[in-house]
Design a protein around this ligand. Structure first.
Ligand SMILES: [Ca+2]
Ligand SMILES: [Ca+2]
Length: 506
């Protein structure tokens, strides 16, 4: 079921081609967030310059190419990728709102687009509209965590914090302001793309939680880490059928060989070419750092998508702690199916489910009637009286899973061993087979979401029950994580979860 309070987010991007894809996916989940800002931000890979031709003598990606002082790097003056994405969102907003509640009005999103610190990489010397907006959000009195999500550098955040420091540091309010901010914000970022975390934020605001969310599965090198059974989600055939062909967002999504190029003659962006060899790209003056050429129409990258995937309201509750893990990965290694402890597996293990979810949501954008698209199974855990357990105690994990579309359902409980602090596997016994007998399926139409009849019309339902005995060697305070995972068999199949975290108390 949906969260009571939406998580507050600020989303920052630079004009890398994969940020465009990341924004598309984010907007499909924008009903789950209170999006407080969409803010253009620089990184060492993209910076706009000051518009006056002032040369930058420092280091950025351009230095790797031996290019001397320049006035901007891979950022066109007229680039308005946030507005472009929201304009497309506006054309599908009505359809999306048929399938799930809470999508923000396009005008609301538009009003929250700001230009942040875009001029030079890692420059926190002056305010920008975006840094002023973040400063205001950081200082406001709204409850809850403010998630600052950056797919670029951190100079816009850094400037906001520095500006607060300059204003309050010598005042009597400083201690309170400092403590409030340290508790209130969490920064999630793919790396430190302009060095501002290392040079300013981490040093001066060490108590602000920083979650490094770099993954390979969401990036250019996804093919190196994808699970064999999920490989087709990167293919041209799947991508064309489930993404590119599906409405205006699908058309906007950037894939290999589509002829698009974000910045004219960008030597690092050769992905739009089709049927060329690496040698030919070199002859054309490009730097084909990817090391190969993929099939036209296939996956390129969504590098920064991991910055919000753990905040999704999919039942995994991955936002609660960086060690929990979810579609954006985990701050630790998971044991892969070959028995290898792998940082990549903690994110790649979810990739198939996340891609199917993306496909289903894209389908919503082109489906005006609720009954013509798939919707998520709804999971409820029942009968757990306490979240603390004693060694030797037998615990029953029981979930009721319903599907609003009457789809056939399958579910299972599993222990997310790596996420818990109890260091071993427990034996989970299925109390009854995930159960064809209990299932009821009545096919009929369903009213729009929010309608009071909707609960009565739930059309299929299963119970999934497992039992285990709390290990006798478990010690006080150790945790055991269990995940209920449930799938429907809709045309674009969907997965829902529920996480149960049990704490041992002797
Ligand atoms: Ca980026
Ligand atoms: Ca369904």
């Amino acid at each position: 079921m949906a969260r009571d309070n939406k998580l507050r987010t600020v989303v920052m991007h630079d004009p890398e081609l994969d940020d465009i894809n990341t924004i598309i996916r984010y907007l499909l989940y924008s009903n789950q967030f209170d999006t407080e800002g969409l803010i253009y931000s620089s990184s060492r890979f993209h910076w706009k310059g000051d518009g006056k031709g002032t040369l930058f003598y420092g280091e950025s990606e351009h230095s790797n190419y031996g290019i001397g002082p320049i006035a901007n790097w891979r950022w066109d003056e007229g680039s308005r990728f946030f507005e472009d994405a929201v304009d497309i969102y506006a054309t599908v907003y009505r359809n999306l709102s048929v399938h799930a509640e809470g999508y923000p009005h396009p005008d609301e999103l538009r009003s929250r687009i700001y230009e942040g610190s875009v001029e030079f990489p890692g420059d926190i010397s002056k305010d920008s509209p975006g840094s002023n907006h973040i400063k205001k959000l950081i200082l406001d009195d709204k409850p809850g965590t403010l998630y600052l999500l950056t797919g670029a550098g951190q100079s816009t955040i850094g400037r906001a914090l520095l500006s607060i420091e300059e204003e309050y540091k010598n005042s009597s309010q400083w201690k309170n302001v400092y403590e409030k901010i340290s508790k209130k914000i969490i920064i999630q970022s793919f790396g430190d793309q302009d060095g501002i975390y290392a040079s300013y934020i981490g040093l001066n605001w060490p108590n602000i939680e920083f979650r490094e969310v770099a993954t390979n599965i969401w990036g250019y090198f996804a093919r190196k880490v994808v699970q064999p059974e999920d490989r087709h989600y990167l293919s041209a055939a799947w991508t064309r059928e489930n993404i590119s062909k599906v409405g205006p967002f699908g058309e906007h999504y950037i894939v290999w060989g589509d002829g698009k190029q974000l910045h004219k003659n960008d030597i690092a962006d050769f992905f739009g070419f089709s049927r060329v060899t690496v040698e030919q790209l070199k002859e054309l003056g490009y730097t084909p750092w990817y090391g190969g050429v993929e099939e036209p129409g296939s996956w390129i990258s969504e590098g920064d998508t991991s910055m919000y995937m753990n905040l999704l309201d999919n039942g995994l509750d991955a936002h609660v702690d960086a060690s929990y893990g979810g579609w954006g990965g985990r701050n630790g290694k998971d044991i892969d199916p070959n028995g290898v402890s792998s940082k990549d597996y903690s994110s790649s293990r979810w990739f198939g489910a996340a891609q199917r979810d993306f496909a289903a949501r894209l389908q919503w954008t082109v489906t005006p009637e609720y009954k013509d698209a798939n919707h998520h199974p709804v999971v409820e855990v029942v009968g757990l009286d306490s979240m603390t357990v004693k060694p030797g105690q037998t615990i029953t994990l029981k979930a009721i899973v319903k599907d609003p579309d009457g789809n056939h359902l399958t579910g299972r409980w599993w222990q997310y061993e790596e996420a818990g602090t109890y260091p071993r596997k427990v034996e989970l016994l299925s109390v009854e087979e995930p159960n064809t007998e209990v299932e009821r399926t009545y096919p009929f139409d369903i009213p729009a979401p929010g309608s009071p009849e909707i609960d009565k019309l739930i059309k299929s339902e299963i119970e999934v029950t497992s039992q285990f005995t709390v290990p006798t060697d478990a010690v006080n305070g150790q945790t055991l994580h269990f995940i209920l995972e449930a799938w429907d068999n809709g045309e674009k199949p969907l997965t829902s979860y529920k996480r149960v975290v049990l704490t041992v108390s002797r």
